[in-house]
Design a protein around this ligand. Structure first.
Ligand code: SAM
Ligand code: DTB
Ligand code: SF4
Length: 329
């Protein structure tokens, strides 16, 4: 197993198996401290060097195995340890998955992301998941799965089936992690990201903000992501969707400008990655979303649902893209 490179602390700390730290937490914290307009200007200038600033990639999500998860992630509706009322369901049959992927493609999504509420896939789960990947790939869509932590050999099986991206978020920085999740460690997730990389699959990894973490924690998360070697190709930034019955349900909502700053910091530190304006968009105004695009977000989840919660309406997204002159790619 090749451990992924990770760091978020200082230039001088020893980094076994790593290349030099590209971003320290202090440097990212200094970005957060910039005047808002200067920060957005810098992020937008960097964005334009690497991307067409009017293009946004669209992925559609489907929960292929919902609820009953053994893990205790404090934000998640699907943990069996919280009382969100979510029922444990079986793995969806292939025809149902294929129909959803076809509908997503017809609506204009270019990537189809299948999520499972597992700590990680069991050996017996792999066959049906591999069939899903092959079938979705056969429709001409890019494929992404998010299945939890992988055991040795599983990433290679996914690669062989034609998987393009594996989503596995760091979620929050190393320091705050234990206040959100106790059933696994952030290092476990870093190890899976390393396995995914070693198998030649592209990495989708980001985090959640709005869980009561400090700005320092947010800066450390961004530094950790940016210091992965290489940085993830896709970086979802989720704003907490408060789910009744979870420990995070009553957290104070994150200030909107702080959310935009987080997008800008991701863009500046990971200039060639797609930064996805992910969960939480349903409750965002058009103006706030536009600020996120100016800050360098260039990917969204498209379609009425995320995994278990509502997403922004596709029709509303189409109207917003038309108003802003954004092109879906
Ligand atoms: N079980 C797998 C895992 O943990 O990687 C895959 C599914 S999990 C639901 C995927 C990601 O969704 C989490 O890592 C988290 O970042 C995000 N997520 C889950 N619940 C959320 C919520 N209520 N608000 C915002 N993001 C959420
Ligand atoms: C990611 O970073 N966000 C998506 C996707 N990757 C799998 C999931 C968001 C889930 C939001 C809460 C829900 O729908 O349950
Ligand atoms: Fe399970 Fe993933 Fe939810 Fe954590 S985030 S409880 S691992 S489904």
């Amino acid at each position: 197993m090749t451990p992924a490179t990770i760091s978020g602390s200082t230039h001088s700390s020893p980094q076994p198996h790593t290349s030099p730290v590209r971003w320290t937490t202090a440097e990212v914290a200094a970005l957060y401290e910039m005047p808002f307009i200067d920060l957005l200007w810098r992020a937008q200038a960097i964005h334009r060097r690497h991307f067409d600033a009017n293009e946004v990639q669209r992925s559609t999500l489907l929960s292929v195995k919902t609820g009953g998860c053994s893990e205790d992630c404090g934000y998640c509706s699907q943990s069996s340890r919280h009382s969100s009322g979510m029922e444990r369901e079986k793995l969806l049959p292939l025809p149902e998955v294929l129909a959803a992927a076809q509908a997503a493609r017809d609506k204009g999504a270019t990537r189809f992301c299948m999520g499972a509420a597992w700590r990680g896939p069991k050996d017996r789960d792999m066959g049906p998941v591999l069939d899903m990947i092959k079938a979705v790939k056969g429709l001409g869509l890019e494929t992404c799965v998010t299945l939890g932590m992988l055991k040795p050999g599983q990433a290679e099986q996914l690669k062989e089936a034609g998987l393009d991206y594996y989503n596995h978020n760091l979620d929050t920085d190393a320091e705050f992690y234990g206040q959100v999740i106790t059933t696994h460690t952030q290092q476990n997730r870093i190890d899976t990201i390393g396995d995914v990389r070693a198998a030649g699959i592209k990495v989708c990894s980001g985090g959640i903000v709005g869980m009561g973490e400090s700005r320092q924690n947010r800066a450390a998360l961004i530094a950790q992501l940016a210091n992965l070697d290489p940085a993830p190709e896709s970086v979802p930034i989720n704003n907490l969707v408060p789910i009744p019955g979870t420990p995070m349900a009553a957290k104070e909502r994150l200030d909107h400008f702080e959310f935009v700053r987080t997008i800008a910091c991701a863009r500046i530190t990971m200039p060639t990655s797609y930064v996805r304006l992910s969960a939480g968009r349903e409750s965002m105004s058009e103006e706030l979303q536009a600020l996120c695009f100016i800050a360098g977000a260039n990917s969204i989840f498209y379609g009425e649902k995320l995994l278990t919660s509502d997403n922004a309406d596709a029709e509303r997204d189409d109207a917003l893209f038309a108003k802003l002159g954004l092109r879906a790619v």
